[in-house]
Every structure is written in C-alpha cells, then in structure tokens.
Design a protein around this ligand. Structure first.
Ligand code: GRF
Length: 210
C-alpha cells in the first residue's frame, strides 16, 4: 500500500508537529511528512522540521498562496494537509479542491467557540467543559465535520493552565485522527463522515489518557 504523504501547516511553536513526528517514529502513524509549511518566518516549528530533516517552506499567505500551495500538492501527489496550529484561513479554492483531504486541530469543543481566543472565550463564559476538536476543513471557518474531540472539566479559569490542558488533549486526538485517515478508517461525505463504512452523526469522543 502506498504510504500517505502529508504536508503540515504551522504558524507558531509547532508542538503538535513535534508530537506528530514522535508518533510517526514510534510507528503509531505510518506516514511521510513531505514538507512543513509556515506562513510565519519566525515560527519555532520550522526549527523542529529542520532538526528532523524535514523540508520546510515559508509561504506568504497574502500573495498567490493558493497557487503555490496547490502546485506543491499536485506535483508531489500529497494525500493529506494537516493544519497544526496554522493561524490563517485557507482560501475557498483550496478547501474545495482538496475537500476531504484537509484536517485541522482546533482548541475548543466545536461547534462552540469557533475562531480565535478560544481559551479567553471559555474563561469569559465560565464554561464547565473545554476541549479540542479535529475536523475536516471546509470553506466554513471551523465548520467542517468534526472527527474526534477530547474534553475535560475546567477547574481553573487560568489561561496558561487551560492552554497546557488543551495541548495535552491535542497531543492525544490529532495523532488518532491522522492514523484513521492514513488507514482509511474515515472518509468525508459532504457535511458528515464515515468511520469504517458507517456514517456518523456526531464526533467520536475520545476518553483521555492521563
Ligand atoms: C494549538 O492549540 C492549536 O489548536 C491552535 O494553535 C495551537 C498551536 O500549538 N490552533 P503548537 O504550535 O502546535 O504548539
């Protein structure tokens, strides 16, 4: 079977990228990272790519972003685009063209708190639960079918603590979603997705491991 070729898009620290690399090394995910793309030349995640000998590229999202990205994807037969802390909205031309092949990690229990500053929103609303979601990317911001979610009961309304807790959840659910994609367990079908051939009406809830 052909090994899945992925591009990972980042904007910042890249701790999710690092976690994906560890999951590939351990054999949990059988995938090649073809390239790491950042819209931010100062993203620390670029050093992580370099340290692991993964090709990287900085793309200016203001100019011909869609053309450059789709050229790389098409010429290199890329199977999967993973947004792992990528803070730019992908143009509709890209989300439509690669429908079903783009996934994103979002730091909230979608459909709650789409967009930015999700931890602040949770603090403001005094939400009892918070979590993270992996979803397919469509032209609707943070609106594509949700594949998997992990949640926890918020006990401290402190942004730094919340951020740490959410990262711990992300490090569990993103590799699982990638593994399901790579092993063809999940397939996007319009605004739903199937798991092993069965259409699911709601996201899969991940039980957190300590
Ligand atoms: C993650 O919390 C992700 O959900 C959000 O940005 C953060 C990126 O963290 N969109 P990192 O760059 O992977 O450390």
């Amino acid at each position: 079977m052909k090994k899945t070729k992925a591009i990972i898009l980042i904007s910042g620290n890249g701790t999710n990228l690092s976690n994906i690399i560890e999951n590939i090394k351990s054999g949990f995910i059988k995938m090649d990272i073809f390239m790491v793309i950042s819209n931010n030349s100062k993203a620390k995640g670029l050093n992580i790519a370099e340290n692991h000998n993964i090709a990287s590229m900085i793309i200016d999202t203001n100019e011909s972003f869609d053309y450059v990205l789709s050229d790389i994807v098409d010429k290199n037969n890329i199977d999967l685009l993973i947004l792992a802390g990528f803070m730019k909205i992908l143009p509709k031309i890209i989300t439509d063209k690669y429908d079903g092949k783009i996934i994103n990690i979002h730091p909230s229990l979608l459909p709650k708190h789409k967009g930015l500053d999700t931890h602040k929103k949770v603090i403001k609303a005094k939400d009892k639960f918070h979590g993270a979601s992996v979803h397919y990317v469509t032209s609707e911001l943070d609106g594509g079918p949700i594949i998997i979610q992990g949640k926890y009961k918020v006990d401290q309304y402190d942004e730094e603590i919340i951020k740490k807790n959410i990262h711990m959840i992300e490090y569990q659910i993103l590799p699982i979603a990638i593994k399901w994609f790579v092993e063809n367990n999940i397939v996007k079908l319009g605004n739903k997705f199937s798991f092993n051939g069965e259409i699911l009406e709601c996201p899969i809830e991940h039980i957190l491991k300590n």
